[in-house]
Ligand binder design. Structure first.
Ligand code: N01
Length: 556
């Protein structure tokens, strides 16, 4: 649980003239960015809509929430003291511990004084005369800043489904992405969970232990592999600490997803059936996300992918006693890994409990929520509480909630109406001095988020420093560079099996959202090199200009 936080700070004296940088969001990206920008001596204001730091780990407090990237790697690397001193307790840290870590970082680097909590950024308008942004917040104030950085997170706009009758439900309704701060006790209750993505797969086993009856409404079965979570020993922690420089370097440069791991040398079809089973079996026994890295062609070759998918389907059939339930849980409509693979503790075994019932809402769609349950396929299910594990408007959802107006009154939402367009995921043409961290068009959600966050923050900080050194006031992606990058992101995506799934990567979970594979799948190492090369060539593909700087006072 978070330490108590001050709601607001007094502005620095420079605030009367406007800020150098406004940052939206105090999650892992916003916090590190604040730290780096302060290092440049800039005035920075961070706005955070929650009452504390931590972003996704502040909001997602559902039972069983924990990271599926190992703790020793899902942590900042920018401060050796920090990575040497923080003791992660488990292989996969639970959400309260990650939130404690976020609060520890905020305290250790004295970040809170420049973060204004409980404040949403509603609007940002670019002024072409002064090359500054006017930023309006939910407290009714407008401030100016030369740069705005959207550190808004990729999975932060929880999606409430528009079920008929939802407002009339008499019990409690929870969304996993907006879980209450006080403990929720399901003991003795009849509970329904809608959705079977990562959030559901983590929470279902724990809810099942408390509830008298649990209904799980599944539309699409997902692939999940065991986490094999365990307490970390002092020796395991020390092994990482002793080798952190090399582990972090490899994660950044050599691993596509920013997670240090053993890389496969062979393709799945290069080995016999027996060898494959042994290798998949070993990865399954070890647990974790790296299951899909058993072979080097699982993401690109359907026949290879099928071998991994079949292995997991067989495991499901072994674990789940009722063959009909097992069949329902076996994913059959997408290649493994083309939707984010889930990592669980006892998920499939939970369906052997007498108090858990799986309902197929693809065959029998949810018709409406009733005051005391729901109706699906003509059948009524009665329950006391409803858990919506229905996901997020990913990658673009939190950006779209802000009314952003760039050059000539063009809005970002209008520009992105056919899908997000960025250069390197960092900027969008027509919206000068506006950076996005881990935005669409960057590796982002396909990677260890902290690796990608640190890379973006470092790049943006260096870029602003470069501009300041040369008296540039305005930076903007060129249309040509953006068009080329968008085409490249798309082209690389289609060399893989990823676009074959109706995933949130494709925007497929949001009715009406354009189907574009949003993240860049070229890998964090390749991407980092591209970004470094662009910077080394004086920010090739970006136009930088100098203009007399005017500042506008803060108004209320
Ligand atoms: O959301 P999701 P999530 N009727 O979109 C179903 C990260 N994460 O919160 O697939 C019925 O994956 C929907 O069904 P379908 C991770 O990157 C990480 O679980 O659209 N069902 C799906 O089953 C993850 O991928 C961690 O057919 C409806 C589910 O709801 C991402 O966050 C933990 C429906 C939504 O699944 C999102 O995960 C948690 C409807 N109308 C999350 N609407 C870790 O680090 C939606 N669904 C471990």
């Amino acid at each position: 649980m978070p330490a108590s936080q001050p709601n607001a700070i007094k502005s620095r004296s420079s605030a009367a003239d406007g800020y150098d940088v406004v940052v939206v969001g105090a999650g892992f990206a916003g916090m590190y960015l604040l730290h780096r920008l302060r290092g440049l001596g800039l005035s920075v204001r961070v706005y955070e809509q929650g009452n504390g730091v931590g972003g996704t780990w502040y909001w997602n407090r559902y039972p069983g929430a924990r990271c599926d990237v190992e703790s020793m790697q899902y942590s900042y690397s920018f401060s050796d003291e920090l990575q040497q001193e923080w003791d992660w307790s488990e292989r996969y840290a639970p959400q309260p511990e990650i939130l404690r870590y976020a609060n520890h970082v905020a305290d250790r680097f004295n970040l809170r004084s420049d973060i204004q909590f409980d404040t949403r950024v509603d609007r940002a308008v670019f002024d072409e005369g002064s090359n500054t942004w006017s930023v309006t917040t939910s407290d009714g104030k407008t401030v100016t800043a030369q740069f705005v950085v959207l550190a808004t997170g990729c999975l932060s706009n929880a999606r409430m489904p528009d079920f008929k009758g939802l407002a009339d439900f008499k019990g409690n309704v929870y969304h996993t992405g907006h879980w209450p701060h006080e403990p929720v006790d399901f003991t003795g209750k009849r509970v329904a969970v809608i959705g079977t993505g990562s959030s559901a797969i983590q929470s279902i086993p724990l809810i099942a232990e408390q509830a008298s009856q649990l209904f799980v409404f599944q539309r699409t079965a997902n692939f999940s592999v065991p986490a094999r979570n365990a307490r970390l020993t002092a020796e395991e922690r020390q092994a990482f600490r002793d080798n952190y420089p090399e582990i972090r370097r490899k994660a950044r440069e050599e691993m596509r997803n920013g997670i240090f791991q053993e890389l496969p040398e062979k393709g799945a079809l290069d080995e016999s059936e027996e060898q494959r089973r042994a290798r998949y079996g070993a990865r399954w026994a070890k647990g974790g996300l790296t299951f899909t890295a058993t072979y080097n062609n699982i993401a690109i070759d359907k026949a290879a992918n099928d071998t991994a998918a079949d292995f997991v389907r067989e495991k499901i059939a072994e674990i789940v006693k009722d063959p009909a339930v097992a069949r329902l849980l076996q994913p059959d409509n997408h290649p493994i890994g083309s939707k984010r693979i889930c990592v669980d503790t006892d998920y499939y075994a939970t369906y052997n409990r007498p108090n858990v019932k799986l309902i197929d809402v693809k065959a029998n769609p949810i018709e409406q929520i009733l005051p005391h349950g729901l109706r699906a396929g003509g059948e009524d299910y009665e329950f006391d509480d409803l858990v919506l594990a229905t996901g997020f408007d990913a990658m673009t959802g939190s950006v779209a909630k802000i009314d952003i107006e760039g050059r000539a009154g063009e809005t970002l939402n209008h520009k992105w109406s056919a899908g997000p367009r960025t250069y390197l995921g960092l900027m969008s043409e027509g919206f000068p001095n506006l950076f996005i961290i881990t935005g669409p068009g960057s590796p982002s959600v396909l990677s260890n988020m902290i690796v990608s966050i640190e890379q973006h923050v470092d790049w943006i900080t260096d870029c602003i420093g470069y501009m300041r050194d040369r008296d540039f006031d305005c930076m903007e992606a060129t249309k040509a560079a953006e068009d080329k990058w968008v085409a490249h992101v798309n082209e690389v995506a289609y060399t893989t099996l990823m676009p074959q799934a109706n995933s949130w990567y494709m925007g497929a979970n949001i009715p009406g959202k354009p189907r574009i594979f949003m993240p860049y799948i070229g890998g964090v190492g390749v991407y980092r090199q591209i970004c470094n090369d662009v910077a080394a060539k004086d920010y090739e593909g970006f136009a930088m200009t100098a203009a007399p700087r005017q500042r506008v006072a803060v108004s209320s």
